[in-house]
Design a protein. Structure first.
Length: 465
């Protein structure tokens, strides 16, 4: 009898130790294909597992009981190539033992059916409603620009604008009340917006939106902040609201600085959240080429301390960005043309202007920009304009294929196939692509263009000088 009880206890412990969460997905138009499961970690996707679907497109993922809770992403390769697609399907893994759904790659969201998982049913039900809300708000906002106060139609539009927001607010609150223990409810909360008054002018509505943007975000909710991409995405949306093409340069800088101060101050309640948000803020203003705002962030770090490790990392990064800012000398690079085999020193190049572009064939923004830059390159002599294209690819076949397809061998191509560990990328602290530096004959950095239009405009304006 004792042996029987002992055996049952061991069996129970064994079963408990291997309790799993199971994901069963049916992607009917992806039979016999690799399907990927990745975990969201703020700005990163961490690959967790790969499984092959059967002949019916059914695939299983099984995670141990101590899996990291949060938002995951089911990812796919393109049907006609080996390229991993950016788009995928978000899946909540929180407190349920299984998630079952079906869909097709051709119509990922339209064909989606959540068969088992209340968390995911609620999540997607909300997302579909939210997309409709955003479309409707865009329509009503445009109408408010057209039908100004005093127009007989204005009250009708203003009321519709206000009621649409109240409807979303009530919808979110009903979910929070009905499903308080679901992770979907926490995510839905972060989608709530400050109420703007349709009877006010656009400037006042925008001020309300900016100042109350984070009212529904709990920075102490580390699971929401660090184990989803929700806050990461919201940061980009937030800073965009402070971008105003009608402001002077100084006014725009002050606007951004105000936004940075407000967000970082709110985030300081949680060390990990603050570190991630600080890093994201630096990335955004690096991509905006806003050196004055980055200097402001560096000053903020000096005056405030919340996450010493991240702050030290960002200080070094900001110092490197400043070192290679406009008006500074470009570093003395020596490189070998990948195709011609010629070794060159950048200070030996005597072109009037040289564009150094850090890019990768895996980068969508890069591959959209490169044809436009090639078109500009073909309009000028090499004495006037030269391009040094430094790739951070690590896949030789992919790199060669892209170069050959677009005919990019005309200019100087550099690639050591080391990816982000490239000597050149590390020297300049390159953290994103594309990253462009326009140099004059003396190799002083005179511009950091963000697109081909800025390059073309500058070259055309200065070609007679």
């Amino acid at each position: 009898m004792k042996n029987l009880i002992y055996s049952l206890v061991l069996l129970l412990l064994n079963v408990t130790a291997y309790t799993q969460i199971t994901i069963k997905a049916t992607i009917s138009d992806m039979p016999g294909k690799p399907i990927f499961l990745a975990s969201m970690k703020f700005e990163k996707l961490v690959m967790v597992d790969t499984a092959y679907s059967n002949s019916h497109g059914v695939v299983y993922f099984r995670l141990p009981k101590d899996y990291s809770r949060g938002l995951y992403k089911i990812m796919f390769r393109d049907k006609y190539s080996s390229e991993l697609l950016e788009r995928g399907l978000n899946i909540i893994l929180y407190n349920e033992d299984s998630v079952i759904f079906s869909t097709t790659l051709d119509n990922l969201y339209g064909d989606l059916k959540i068969i088992k998982s209340t968390d995911n049913k609620i999540y997607y039900e909300f997302l579909f409603k939210y997309r409709n809300f955003i479309d409707n708000m865009g329509y009503l906002r445009n109408k408010l620009f057209y039908y100004l106060p005093g127009d007989s139609f204005h009250p009708r539009i203003a009321n519709a604008f206000n009621n649409s927001q109240l409807e979303l607010k009530a919808y979110c609150e009903s979910y929070l009340k009905t499903y308080p223990k679901l992770f979907a409810a926490q995510i839905i909360t972060s989608y709530q917006m400050p109420l703007m008054n349709g009877y006010e002018n656009d400037s006042l509505r925008n001020i309300t939106y900016q100042t109350r943007f984070w009212d529904f975000t709990d920075f102490n909710n580390e699971l929401l902040v660090m184990n989803t991409d929700r806050i990461y995405s919201k940061i980009g949306e937030y800073y965009e609201t402070f971008t105003n093409p009608y402001l002077s340069k100084d006014q725009q800088i002050r606007n951004y600085n105000r936004a940075v101060d407000s967000l970082l101050f709110k985030a300081m309640v949680n060390e990990n959240a603050y570190g991630a948000i600080l890093r994201r803020s630096v990335e955004i203003f690096e991509s905006y080429k806003q050196e004055d705002v980055l200097a402001h962030i560096a000053l903020w770090i000096e005056q405030n301390s919340c996450n010493a490790t991240t702050e030290q990392e960002m200080q070094l990064r900001l110092a490197r960005f400043k070192e290679f800012g406009i008006g500074k000398k470009f570093p003395a690079l020596t490189f070998t043309d990948f195709f011609k085999g010629d070794q060159k020193h950048i200070y030996d190049m005597n072109n009037t202007y040289t564009l150094v572009i850090f890019w990768g064939s895996f980068c969508n923004h890069c591959t959209k920009m490169m044809p436009a830059i090639l078109n500009i390159y073909n309009q000028y002599s090499q004495d006037y304009f030269e391009v040094v294209a430094i790739s951070i690819d690590n896949d030789k076949d992919q790199y060669l294929s892209y170069i050959e397809t677009l005919g990019l061998k005309k200019w100087i191509n550099v690639c050591d196939l080391q990816g982000w560990s490239s000597t050149y990328a590390k020297l300049l602290g390159i953290k994103y692509t594309p990253d462009l530096f326009l140099l004059n004959r003396e190799k002083t950095i005179i511009s950091k263009p963000v697109d081909a239009v800025q390059i073309s405009t500058f070259l055309e304006k200065n070609k007679t000088k």
